[in-house]
Design a protein around this ligand. Structure first.
Ligand code: THU
Length: 156
């Protein structure tokens, strides 16, 4: 047997001030969207902001429901809306942030597996890498492409 090692690069910052301006703006939009999440069951509010190649920013937040599986993550609310409105415009980046009971996360918020799969499909389909900015009140981590967060993926 042979062995393969997969490496990923994560850009790390301690504050939004250290980010390139475009990343800081996108994270700010995600943080604003987070505050309007509908999360009466988990009290975990998530915000996402998607930057398209045409410069438009589409925001989303998690939407919960008493029939639990009917809700949707912030990332997919934003991504599906973006692709519904601009089906042929590649996605350049997505920023994510979250708060629990009104306290902004202190650790970077990573997209769940389902959202990674959705992100990967848009990345693969468009042929353009999607930058992922995973925010919190302090630490921010960035990867340059979705495939970094979902290697060895199913693509159909
Ligand atoms: N949630 C997101 O919005 N994005 C994620 O990547 C993970 C989880 C939401 C779903 C649910 O409304 C709440 O966070 C608690 O799981």
């Amino acid at each position: 047997m042979t062995k393969k090692t997969i490496e990923i690069t994560i850009h790390c910052a301690d504050s939004p001030i250290q980010l390139p301006a475009a990343d800081a703006t996108l994270l700010q939009k995600a943080t604003q969207a987070m505050q309007q999440a509908y999360a009466p069951y988990s009290h975990f509010r998530v915000g996402a902001a998607v930057l398209l190649e045409n410069g438009k920013i589409i925001c989303g937040n998690n939407q919960e429901n008493a029939a639990y599986p009917s809700g949707l993550c912030a990332e997919r609310v934003a991504l599906f809306y973006a692709n519904a409105q601009y089906p042929n415009i590649p996605i350049r980046a997505i920023a994510i942030n979250a708060e629990k009971d009104g306290h902004e996360s202190l650790e970077p918020v990573y997209p769940c597996g389902n959202c990674r799969q959705v992100l990967l499909e848009y990345e693969t389909h468009s042929g353009h890498p999607i930058r992922i900015i995973m925010g919190s009140a302090r630490k921010i981590q960035i990867v340059d492409r979705v495939s970094d967060l979902l290697p060895l993926s199913f693509t159909g």
